[in-house]
Design a protein around this ligand. Structure first.
Ligand code: PGA
Length: 272
């Protein structure tokens, strides 16, 4: 368990713009993703730049969605990345292709990949290096299962996931931000979000682990901590505020442009 440098978490994260990222998973065909992105672009015409907004379509949709959001506040993200640029990796997508599509954010180690596709901490660590070395900003997903929470292992699990993901990663260049999304697995796609108290305790832990790894100064300017797991327009204020999480990773509530824009407007209001 980390113990050094304990201090107020909010002071480490002051002045960082909020980030909300839509994870569209495998919910849309490319046509549907382009249509949704186009609606978002229209609705966010006067939204401004206070809140950074990313959308993550499937790999196949990256180029077309990227073209559809040109000239808008929306930023392109991918849902995954691979560690090598080329080679005998049937079914994988090269980071060079993702880079060429104009991707800025990359989700790494989402719980669905860890649980359903068997992604390990070691694979996640290699993907983190790939995202950073290809100039993209990783959104590292970490979080415990329901069983791990019931047996009070969440701190151990999240600390292990974090240390593993960052072990071989060089310190990020200043202001090239890395996001950590705390996504308790029991809250992802279930409609059962973590309580503000549960989430906040994990946020404090995450900051402490990062400070132990990189020191308070680097952590203060280089990391965002996001919450994910059944986030809606109604509950986002429980997590995201200038003293709390610096944004959210949103699945279900990002699929409908009306509800996603309502959620974004709430975040903007909180930070205005
Ligand atoms: P959810 O998904 O908002 O539907 O819970 C979040 C995620 O998987 O990142």
């Amino acid at each position: 368990m980390p113990t050094k440098h304990r201090s107020s978490s909010s002071s480490h994260l002051a002045g960082i713009s909020p980030l909300v990222v839509a994870n569209w998973k495998m919910q849309f065909t490319t046509d549907q993703a382009v249509a949704t992105a186009t609606k978002l672009k229209t609705k966010l015409r006067t939204f401004g730049s206070l809140v950074k907004v990313g959308i993550c379509p499937s790999f196949v949709g990256l180029t077309e969605v990227g073209q559809a959001i040109t000239g808008s506040v929306l930023r392109l993200g991918s849902q995954d990345i691979f560690w090598d640029e080329r080679g005998p990796y049937t079914g994988e997508v090269s980071p060079l292709d993702i880079q060429q599509a104009g991707v800025e954010y990359v989700i790494v180690g989402h719980s669905e990949r860890r649980q359903i596709l068997g992604e390990t901490d070691t694979m996640v660590a290699r993907k983190m290096i790939s995202a950073v070395t290809h100039g993209m900003m990783p959104i590292l997903c970490i979080g415990e299962t329901g069983e791990e929470r019931r047996t009070n292992q969440q701190d151990l699990v999240v600390t292990r996931q974090l240390q593993a993901a960052f072990r071989s990663l060089p310190p990020p260049p200043r202001h090239r931000r890395i996001s950590i999304a705390y996504e308790p697995i029991w809250a992802v796609g279930t409609g059962e979000a973590a309580s503000a108290t549960q989430a906040d305790a994990m946020r404090e832990l995450i900051i402490q682990v990062l400070v132990d790894l990189y020191g308070p100064e680097l952590v203060g300017s280089n990391f965002r901590i996001l919450y994910g797991g059944s986030v809606t327009a109604d509950n986002i204020g429980d997590y995201v505020n200038p003293e709390g999480f610096h944004g959210a990773l949103v699945g279900t509530a990002s699929l409908d442009p009306v509800s996603f824009v309502t959620l974004l407007q709430r975040v903007k209001k909180i930070f205005s």
